[in-house]
Design a protein around this ligand. Structure first.
Ligand code: ADP
Ligand code: MG
Length: 257
C-alpha cells in the first residue's frame, strides 16, 4: 500500500523585500494511513511552515508533496488543519463553531449537521451544543475544535501544537482525549509539538528536526503500548526515547516558545 502522504525533498524560502529566510531544506518523509507522526524541533525551526505546505496554504520553493499520490492542490479536501489556539468564535455557539468549515464553503447540508451532532454526542458535548465557547472548560473547547476538523471527513489531520495554551494537568487529559478520538475515527495525523514527552506519548513515529532551516535530524519508531497515551510515560523505554530526542535537540533549544 502506498503512503497517504509523501514529502519529497521539500524546501521553502520566505521572501520579504529586504531578506530571504530559508525555513525548510530538503525534508523528505512518508506517512502511512492511520499512522500518527509527531514532528518535534526547536522553536522557529520551520514546523508550522511544513504544516502550511502540506495544507496547501504555502507552495514549496522546491520539492513536492503528494497526498494519496496526487499533488496537494488536487487533494485539498483530504486534509484538515487544527491551529495552535482552538480559535472557536465566541459569537457562535458550539454547534455553529463545529459547522464553520462547511458553512464557509457553502456546503452546510442536513447530512453534515447530523454528522456534526453525532460527533458532539459521541464525544460528550451534546449538552453544550447551544453554549458559547467561554462556557466550556479548556479541555472541552479543545475537543470541540477537534470535532470541527473532523466534520469535513478529512483523512489527514494536521495539528499545530494544539495543547500549548493548556496547563499541564489539563494537557494530559486532553492529550488522552484527542488521542482516543483520533484512533477511534481512524485518522492519519501529523502532529507538531516542541514537547518531547507529548510526542513520545502519542506518536507511532517521531521526526526530529534541526534548527532552521529545518532538516531531518532523526526519525524514531516508538515501540510502546499503543493503547496508552499519557500513561505511556510510565512504560519502560519511555525515558530512553526521551533522552535520545533531548540530546538531538540540545538542551538550550527545548522549552522555548
Ligand atoms: P516553528 O513553527 O517551528 O516555530 P515557523 O515555521 O513558524 O517555525 O517559522 C520558521 C522560520 O521562518 C522562523 O525563523 C520564522 O521567523 C520564519 N518565518 C515564518 N513566517 C514567516 C514569514 N511570513 N515571513 C518571513 N519569515 C517567516
Ligand atoms: Mg509554529
Amino acid at each position: 500500500m502506498s503512503a497517504l502522504l509523501e514529502v519529497r525533498k521539500l524546501s521553502y524560502i520566505y521572501h520579504s523585500p529586504d531578506a530571504e529566510t530559508q525555513a525548510i531544506s530538503e525534508v523528505s518523509f512518508g506517512i502511512e494511513r492511520e499512522e500518527f507522526v509527531a514532528i518535534v524541533g526547536p522553536s522557529g525551526c520551520g514546523k508550522t511552515t511544513i504544516l502550511s505546505l502540506i495544507a496547501g496554504i504555502l507552495e514549496p520553493s522546491s520539492g513536492e508533496i503528494l497526498l494519496d499520490g496526487k499533488p496537494v492542490k488536487e487533494a485539498a479536501g483530504l486534509t484538515a488543519f487544527m491551529p495552535q489556539r482552538d480559535q472557536l468564535f465566541e459569537w457562535r455557539n458550539i454547534l455553529r463553531n463545529v459547522l464553520l468549515g462547511p458553512e464557509i464553503r457553502r456546503q452546510k447540508t442536513p447530512e453534515n449537521v447530523k454528522f456534526a451532532r453525532s460527533l458532539l454526542k459521541k464525544y460528550g458535548l451534546s449538552d453544550f451544543e447551544k453554549k458559547r465557547p467561554s462556557e466550556l472548560s479548556g479541555g472541552m473547547r479543545q475537543r470541540a475544535a477537534l470535532i470541527r476538523t473532523l466534520v469535513t471527513s478529512p483523512e489527514l489531520l494536521l495539528l499545530d501544537e494544539p495543547f500549548s495554551a493548556l496547563d499541564f494537568q489539563t494537557r494530559l487529559t486532553v492529550c488522552d482525549d484527542v488521542y482516543r478520538i483520533i484512533r477511534e475515527e481512524k485518522k492519519t495525523v501529523v502532529f507538531v509539538t516542541h514537547d518531547i514527552a507529548e510526542a513520545i506519548s502519542m506518536a507511532d513515529r517521531v521526526i526530529v528536526l534541526t534548527e532552521r532551516p529545518a532538516r531531518i535530524k532523526n526519525i524514531y519508531t516508538i515501540d510502546l503500548d499503543k493503547s496508552l497515551s499519557p500513561l505511556r510515560r510510565r512504560e519502560l523505554g519511555f525515558a530512553d526515547y526521551f533522552k535520545r530526542i533531548w540530546s538531538d535537540l540540545e538542551v538550550k533549544n527545548v522549552g522555548r516558545t
